[in-house]
Ligand binder design. Structure first.
Ligand SMILES: NC(=O)c1ccc[n+]([C@@H]2O[C@H](COP(=O)([O-])OP(=O)(O)OC[C@H]3O[C@@H](n4cnc5c(N)ncnc54)[C@H](O)[C@@H]3O)[C@@H](O)[C@H]2O)c1
Length: 446
C-alpha cells in the first residue's frame, strides 16, 4: 500500500509493479504541515502566509544572523507581514530553526533559496544544490517536496526526482515532487502573497494534485500545468518578458530624449490603449534577484543546446550596460556645461534597486557609485534604508545623513522612496533616472 493519500491510485499501482512484495511502511506522523527552506525576501513572507492561513510551519534558514533578525523583527517586510510575523513568533505552531533534521517532521517541504548568477553571468546553483541535498537527505515517505526557486528547465528532475530515487524514494509513489515558482513582489504592499496565482506541476499527476492542495491552503488560485518543465519554463518566460520590455523601454527613453520629449508622457498615452500594450518604465538599470539573473538561466541552458536567443541576449546586454550609460550621461551633461567628473560633487539619491525596500542586491547604483569614484568624482549617496553600502570592489561607503550639507553639484535621482524629502536639492543639477521627478529647477532626464 502507498504511504501517500493519493487520488490517482491506478497510476501508482502500475508504478508499484515489481515492488509489490515490499513490506508495508509505517504511516509517517508529521507535526508540521509545511517546512519552508530559506527565509529570505520570498521565503519569509511565504512562511507567514502559510501560518496566517492556519498551517503549522517549520521555518528553516541556515544563516544564524537571519534567524536572529527574524526573531527580533528586524527584517524588511511590508506592514501586513510585520503584523503576521509578530503573531507567528508568539505561536508554537510557527517554529524558527536552523536544524535541517526538522524537515522530516513536515508533511510538505518547500525550497526557496537564492539562485543567483556569478560575475560571469553563469547560474550559481551551489545554494540550491546544497538545499536540495539536505531536503533529499531528510526526506521521508509521505512527504511533498516542492522547489520554488527560479531555475533552469529540468532542475527539479536533476536535484530532487533523481537524487530521491537514488535513496529509493520514487516520486509519485513514496513521495510527491513538484515545482511551483515563487511570484511574489517583495516590498510591494499592494499585492498580497495569497492573491498571486501559483503555477504548479508535479512529477506525476498525483504529485501535481498534492502540490496544488498544499499551495491552495494559502493561495487563492492555483494553475496546474502538464509537466515540471512547463512550470519551470513559465517562470523563465515571465521574467524574460520583463527583461526584454525593460530593455526596450530604456531604449525608447534614450530615443525620446534625443527627439526632445518626455518618455513618461509617451508611455502614459500608449497605456490608454486597452489591449496589446503593457506599460513598462525606464530607469537606471535593473536589480534584485530576478530580472538581472533569471534570463541567464535560460541563456546558459540554450548554450548547452547550441541554440542562440539573440533578442534575449541583446536585452540582457543592454540591461548589463545600463549603469555605464548612466555614468556616460552624467559625464555628457557636465561636459555640455564645460565641466568634467573629476572633482565634481555627485550625490546619488536612493540606491536600492526599487523604491521602499532595503534590498541592494544587483542594484545598478552600486556600479554607478563605483564608476563615478573611479572617474574622480567626489561621491556620496543618501538612502534612508541603507546606512552603509559595499561597492563591487569592496569599498564601503557610508550614507550621507544631511544631503544638503554635502553640497552636491549633481544629484542623480536613482530610486524615489515614498515620502523622502528632496527639498535639499535646491538648484543643483538633477539627472533624473526615475523619469518622473517634477519641480526641480535644473532637471534633465537620464
Ligand atoms: N526577491 C524576489 O523579488 C523574488 C521574487 C520571486 C521569486 N524569487 C526567487 O525566490 C528565490 C529566493 O530568493 P530570495 O530573494 O528570497 O533570496 P534571499 O537571498 O532573500 O534569501 C534566501 C535565504 O535562503 C537562505 N538559505 C540559503 N541556503 C539555504 C539552505 N541550504 N537551507 C536553508 N536556508 C538557506 C539564506 O540564508 C537566505 O536567508 C530565488 O530563486 C529567486 O529567484 C525572488
Amino acid at each position: 500500500m502507498s504511504t501517500l493519500d493519493l487520488p490517482d491510485q491506478g497510476a501508482l499501482t502500475r508504478r508499484r509493479i515489481g515492488r509489490i512484495e515490499d513490506p508495508p511502511r509505517p504511516k509517517p506522523s508529521f507535526d508540521a504541515d509545511v517546512a519552508i527552506v530559506g527565509l529570505g525576501y520570498v521565503g519569509l513572507p511565504t512562511a507567514l502566509a502559510y501560518h496566517h492561513a492556519g498551517t503549522r510551519v517549520v521555518a528553516l534558514d541556515i544563516a544564524a544572523p537571519r534567524l536572529t533578525a527574524i526573531r527580533s523583527g528586524e527584517v524588511d517586510l511590508v506592514p501586513d507581514d510585520r503584523t503576521r510575523l509578530r503573531h507567528a513568533l508568539d505561536d508554537p505552531g510557527f517554529v524558527l530553526t536552523a536544524d535541517v533534521s526538522a524537515l522530516s517532521r513536515a508533511r510538505a517541504v518547500i525550497v526557496c533559496v537564492p539562485t543567483p548568477v556569478d560575475r560571469y553571468l553563469v547560474p550559481d546553483l551551489s545554494l540550491l544544490r546544497a538545499a536540495c541535498a539536505s531536503v533529499v537527505a531528510h526526506a521521508v515517505p509521505g512527504q511533498l517536496l516542492m522547489l520554488t526557486s527560479t531555475t533552469y528547465v529540468g532542475c527539479t528532475e536533476d536535484l530532487l526526482v533523481r537524487p530521491l530515487l537514488r535513496r529509493g524514494l520514487v516520486a509519485g509513489d513514496d513521495v510527491h515532487v513538484a515545482f511551483s515558482a515563487e511570484r511574489i513582489d517583495p516590498g510591494s504592499a499592494g499585492v498580497k502573497t495569497e492573491t498571486v496565482p501559483r503555477v504548479v506541476a508535479g512529477a506525476t499527476p498525483a504529485c501535481t494534485e498534492a502540490a496544488a492542495n498544499v499551495l491552495g491552503s494559502y493561495a487563492e488560485s492555483v494553475h496546474r500545468v502538464s509537466s515540471l518543465a512547463v512550470a519551470e519554463m513559465t517562470k523563465l518566460l515571465e521574467n524574460t518578458f520583463r527583461a526584454v520590455n525593460i530593455a526596450l523601454i530604456n531604449e525608447f527613453a534614450d530615443i525620446c530624449r534625443t527627439l526632445g520629449m518626455e518618455v513618461g508622457d509617451v508611455i502614459d498615452a500608449a497605456a490608454t490603449k486597452p489591449y496589446g500594450y503593457m506599460a513598462f518604465r525606464p530607469g537606471p538599470g535593473v536589480g534584485g534577484h530576478c530580472i538581472p539573473c533569471d534570463p541567464h538561466y535560460l541563456l546558459w541552458q540554450l548554450r548547452r543546446e547550441r541554440m542562440d536567443a539573440p533578442m534575449i541576449a541583446t536585452a540582457m546586454q543592454q540591461i548589463a550596460g545600463r549603469p555605464g550609460r548612466v555614468v556616460d550621461r552624467i559625464r555628457d551633461v557636465l561636459s555640455a556645461r564645460r565641466r568634467g567628473l573629476p572633482g565634481t560633487r555627485v550625490l546619488v539619491s536612493g540606491i536600492t534597486y526599487k523604491p521602499d525596500v532595503a534590498d541592494l542586491r544587483e542594484s545598478p547604483a552600486l556600479e554607478i557609485l563605483q564608476s563615478l569614484l573611479e572617474a574622480g568624482a567626489i561621491v556620496g549617496y543618501t538612502d534612508p534604508y541603507i546606512p552603509v553600502a559595499t561597492l563591487p570592489d569592496g569599498i564601503e561607503l557610508i550614507g550621507v545623513d544631511e544631503p544638503g550639507a554635502f553640497d552636491p553639484e549633481v544629484v542623480l535621482l536613482h530610486t524615489a522612496h515614498t515620502g523622502v524629502d528632496t527639498s535639499w536639492i535646491g538648484d543643483a543639477l538633477v539627472v533624473d533616472a526615475t523619469y518622473g521627478a517634477r519641480g526641480f529647477a535644473n532637471r534633465v532626464a537620464l
